[in-house]
Design a protein around this ligand. Structure first.
Ligand SMILES: [Zn+2]
Length: 343
């Protein structure tokens, strides 16, 4: 791949993601409820990205859900469609306390520094190489969540703001950042906002995979010529899918839950083309080996092999970055960060 960067050392992300290890059964139960919500939706008739009819046998089955590989664009679609009803059932409003401790703030800062500053630096660097200086970036982050990416971009000196559906997340983000960095919007208004925004850079970090009216959003971006760049990260059809399918007693972080379809390099190209954009630069690094590590540890514990787990864990962690880099370079990693440029 031209202009693609590979790999990212895990650092202390292992500590940040410890919930998945300690609460496997609870997380698995939650994803089971989310699967229940998807299984009652209508069958998906067409590929989410290229609209080719879904026919024939599924490629695989995991946690009761069948997954079909699109023969045209390589996208992986679940057998059932993500609908408004599905969204209403699975996207529950998180409750955030009104009082935040100093510890909450430290956790927020750490997450922002460890996970989001590198994403911001990657974007700023690529745009600079392409001739857009930091001071000329006007960024709108869609689906801004708790405001980590907007916070990181502002820290890096970029004019950035975000929109987010969840009012409690907006409140939390603004409190943590000490100023109004996000505003609450309703889902039906988002296409209109994108159609009229004067931002020249849009970002969608872990958002596209959740958008039900994806075609409408892509059209809005295509029609607003002010938007010159789109930065996105999405889950990919990858090694993690295989690990999940083969470890059915382990929590499925990747395929399942609120992820009802997964991207491929070709389906991303297809989608960019629909928007009138093309790939400028990308960064591929996955969590596949982290998933494998977690599933092996959890399975060993489940099989009363705690001693072996304790022996094995540090040895695996020593190799984990190297193993993941191999997966990344072989284009079978669980995530991609992609900068698209208007053609
Ligand atoms: Zn397709």
């Amino acid at each position: 791949m031209k202009n693609r960067k590979y790999g990212k050392p895990l650092g202390d992300i292992v500590a940040i993601k410890s919930d998945f290890f300690e609460h496997n059964d609870d997380m698995l139960k939650l994803s089971g409820h989310q699967a229940d919500a998807l299984l009652i939706q209508k069958k998906r008739e067409n590929c989410k990205i290229c609209h080719t009819p879904i026919e024939g046998e599924p490629l695989y089955m995991s946690q009761r859900m069948e997954y079909y590989l699109c023969p045209v664009c390589g996208h992986v679609n679940s057998a059932h469609e993500d609908t408004d009803d599905f969204a209403n059932r699975v996207y529950l409003e998180d409750s955030y306390e009104d009082n935040y401790s100093e510890e909450d703030r430290e956790k927020y800062e750490k997450r922002l520094e460890t996970i989001y500053i590198p994403k911001g630096e990657f974007l700023i660097g690529a745009l600079k190489e392409d001739g857009l200086d930091k001071k000329d970036i006007k960024l709108l982050d869609d689906g801004a969540g708790s405001g980590y990416f907007v916070g990181a971009m502002r820290k890096l000196g970029v004019q950035a703001e975000g929109i987010e559906i969840s009012s409690s997340q907006v409140k939390f983000a603004n409190k943590m950042n000490g100023e109004e960095v996000l505003r609450q919007v309703d889902s039906p208004d988002i296409a209109g906002i994108l159609k009229t925004t004067d931002a020249n850079v849009l970002s969608f970090i872990g958002v596209f995979e959740h958008i039900i009216n994806l075609d409408e959003i892509l059209t809005a971006i295509r029609e607003n010529k002010k938007i010159q760049y789109v930065f996105l990260s999405v889950p990919m059809f990858s090694m993690s899918c295989v690990f999940e399918a083969s470890h059915q007693k382990c929590y499925n972080r990747h395929a399942g839950g609120t992820h009802t379809h997964l991207f491929s390099d070709t389906s991303l190209e297809f989608m960019a083309d629909k928007m009138g954009f093309e790939e400028l630069k990308s960064w591929k690094f996955g969590s596949d080996m982290m998933d494998l590590y977690r599933m092996l540890c959890v399975s060993l514990e489940q099989n009363d092999n705690k001693k072996l787990k304790d022996y094995f864990a540090p040895k695996f962690l020593k190799m984990i970055d190297e193993l993941q880099l191999t997966v990344d370079k072989n284009e079978f990693a669980s995530e991609i960060h992609l900068i698209l440029k208007r053609r």
